[in-house]
Design a protein around this ligand. Sequence first.
Ligand SMILES: [Zn+2]
Ligand SMILES: [Zn+2]
Ligand SMILES: [Zn+2]
Ligand SMILES: [Zn+2]
Ligand SMILES: [Zn+2]
Ligand SMILES: [Zn+2]
Length: 329
Amino acid sequence: FFDEGLKMEELALNEIECPVCYENMTSPIILCIRGHNICGSCSNKLYNTCPICKGAFNSRNLALEEVATKIDTLRKNILQNQQSVSPFDILDRYKTKNTIAQEVGRIIANELKCKLCNKYSYQPIYFCTNGHSTCQKCEICTKCCEKKTDGRNYALERISKQLEYPCPYKEFGCSFILTMEQTAHETVCEFKPLRCPIRDYETTHCSWYGPCEEFKNHLAHSHVSCQLYEVPNFVLHLKYNSNAVIFALGNIFVISILIKTSSVFYKMNVVGSKRNVIKYRCVHVVVLDGDVVTTVVMSPSPDWCEFVGGIFLDLINYEVALVVSIAEA
Ligand SMILES: [Zn+2]
Ligand SMILES: [Zn+2]
Ligand SMILES: [Zn+2]
Ligand SMILES: [Zn+2]
Ligand SMILES: [Zn+2]
Ligand SMILES: [Zn+2]
């Protein structure tokens, strides 16, 4: 009847339970040299001796403290909200339990995600010298800038093995359940909201984001001067700093044009689903007064997400056009 994710929640709660007083640990959590965790007040009574292995206490487990504190806040919040609904409704309780399991998963996944490279480290999880979790690749703690040590956070490793958590874009309609082995889904999730790529050169970057389907609406309201194309082949006249958005071949492309004294820079991005990027091939032909100046072919490649081109041209005396054609490779 209950969700698989519940096992994970039990496991997490088990790991944050003090082995001496059986209370849920929050902060501080003291770590022995072999990786056992004991609550702060029990550790004070134990004269620097781990009750499990008799080893000495080494440092605080700041990573587990963070997870434990967030889980504690979550439970308090849910308990508070629960008072407003009927406590006898079994369905409500089922929903609440599922929410806790999923949220716990999200809390732990967040703890294991490197803020520098966005990769997940879950097996093994190393400490920094202060007791935070560190990334395996970056070697440096993103919380305190201290170095990675050889010490491992076994408690977090045990939890993360069972970790299942919903795709972060669940609220946008994704029902994918991730495990630590499948975190790559996040980058290709088709429900990932679109961040508005339009930059008006004098002002700051637009802060809008939302589902792909609402992007066209946003353009019409907030970027009136932006040129819209719904075909993959067209001619763009380069006169001013401008943006062109192309809705074609099931994706969204943006061309940004920046004009400086005697040169034109243009940039093309795929802003829709990046999963399909390698399917496209694009040809840009720069035409000066009707003559072809240069032809740029972008062949299928994962780097295609952003392409920057530039040409030096006398814009005062010539008409410059960019002939764009995007096709499926
Ligand atoms: Zn205790
Ligand atoms: Zn120990
Ligand atoms: Zn990293
Ligand atoms: Zn640190
Ligand atoms: Zn997803
Ligand atoms: Zn915008």
